[in-house]
Design a protein around this ligand. Structure first.
Ligand SMILES: Cc1cc2nc3c(=O)[nH]c(=O)nc-3n(C[C@H](O)[C@H](O)[C@H](O)COP(=O)(O)OP(=O)(O)OC[C@H]3O[C@@H](n4cnc5c(N)ncnc54)[C@H](O)[C@@H]3O)c2cc1C
Length: 378
């Protein structure tokens, strides 16, 4: 579509970045009655939203930062409404389920390390407690009969789940259309200027103005945020994944590194590598991931691999999300996180409605300002 084929000349808000984070926020703004335009560079960009493992995961999140644990738990709860609304309004079932998730351990040392972290977290007076169980081999075997002999134990939490990220993207983009908003792919933003009580955004496609701006451009936020006096110090962290041929259902619970998708393939994930912007795969890392997965589920050895790929996480220095806002002039916000699937519930159902209502971030997000990285040099 060319710029002239779009209708809105001055929307209420512009969201930059049409990945999961931007699309979730655009969903919530449109649902709150705003006229929203979602500008996206397109498939040429690095897009974590297309290449991720798609867990809606609680059990390991925020164990060192209780507000992050609380935000994540809230998101897991709000995911149910998000999935239902998307299905009702767009007809797209995003394959969300919350059957509970396992972290399998291949040594007693791994079990002890996890137990230690969970115990420390639950001993903190400010920690939002969540249900979990530490299971031994026999108990895991009862619940996951196909595990191998080398599995020593597991952590299980009933709050963990998963979804289909590609269907989620499609549903969020469709929802925007249903609500009269506009998703504009092929619209890379090159420059942003404050202009009176709003912002003017420019790119090769032309210009667009709005009173409110949300930057959700993944790794692109690092360049865009300073244009409005904000910062988003994020870097890529590469993750490689393997998907097998489809097989009959044997694993209805997601595991932190293995899950069977709604279509039958088994996803094996996902490495964490500092490799700059190189999103390539390599047999070295893939074979380590596969070997560990075989030890957990020996039957995986008999499946063919149909595809491997890598994608770049949007990572801050401490691994926690970044949320920030302008304190003078027109309202602009920046959102960057490495668990955008998990946080889709809260971005769509809590963050965006709050931005619409008050043009301020929710109070719970105060610890996530990038000012935390301003450590004085010694
Ligand atoms: C291997 C891997 C596994 C993962 N597993 C999970 C998981 O299990 N659970 C989970 O919750 N999360 C997971 N994640 C993280 C999750 O995928 C990301 O948090 C999420 O996709 C980030 O979404 P985003 O919209 O911020 O970024 P992206 O998906 O990277 O999208 C950013 C968008 O911004 C656009 N853009 C950039 N610059 C501009 C510009 N100048 N103008 C216009 N548009 C621009 C791009 O076109 C792009 O579409 C995983 C990520 C990886 C890589």
């Amino acid at each position: 579509m060319s710029a002239s084929e779009y209708n809105m000349t001055e929307p209420d808000s512009i969201v930059v970045g049409g990945g999961i984070v931007g699309a979730s926020i655009a969903f919530g703004l449109a649902r709150s009655g705003e006229r929203v335009v979602l500008l996206d560079e397109g498939d040429v960009a690095f897009r974590a939203s297309r290449g991720n493992f798609a867990l809606v995961w609680v059990q390991s999140k925020g164990l060192a930062l209780p507000p992050y644990a609380a935000w994540t738990q809230q998101s897991a709860r709000e995911w149910h409404d998000l999935a239902r609304i998307l299905s009702d309004e767009t007809g797209v079932d995003v394959a969300h389920s919350q059957p509970g998730g396992f972290t399998l351990c291949l040594s007693q040392k791994e079990v002890d390390a996890r137990l230690d972290k969970l115990t420390r977290f639950h001993n903190r007076p400010d920690a939002p407690h969540f249900p979990y169980e530490i299971l031994d081999h026999d108990e895991v075997k009862k619940r996951l009969p196909d595990i191998g002999d080398e599995v020593v134990g597991a952590v299980y939490s009933p709050l963990d789940g998963h979804a289909n990220p590609l269907l989620l993207m499609r549903a969020l983009h469709s929802y925007l259309g249903v609500k009269g908003g506009e998703y504009r792919p092929g619209h890379a933003v090159d420059a942003i200027a404050v202009e009176g009580d709003g912002f003017r955004l420019k790119g090769a496609w032309g210009e667009l103005r709005a009173a409110k701006l949300i930057l959700a451009a993944g790794l692109g936020n690092a360049r865009l945020a300073p244009m409005v006096g904000l910062e988003a110090p994020v870097k890529p962290s590469r993750g490689q994944l393997i998907v097998t041929e489809k097989t009959s259902p044997f694993l209805c619970n997601p595991l932190v590194t293995i899950r069977q998708t709604n279509e039958g393939g088994v996803l094996i994930g996902d490495s964490k590598e500092e490799a700059g912007f190189e999103n390539i795969t390599g047999t070295g890392v893939l074979s380590i991931m596969a070997e560990r997965a075989f030890r957990m589920f020996p039957k995986l050895r008999h499946l063919n691999v149909v595809r491997t790929w890598s994608a770049l996480r949007v990572m801050s220095a401490d691994g926690f999300p970044i949320y920030d806002q302008t304190h003078s002039g027109p309202p602009a916000f920046v959102t960057s996180c490495h668990s955008g699937i998990t946080l889709a519930g809260v971005h769509a159902m809590t963050l965006a409605p709050t931005l619409s209502r008050s043009a301020r971030l929710p109070e719970i997000l105060a610890p996530f300002t990038p000012k935390r990285f301003h450590v004085p040099a010694h």
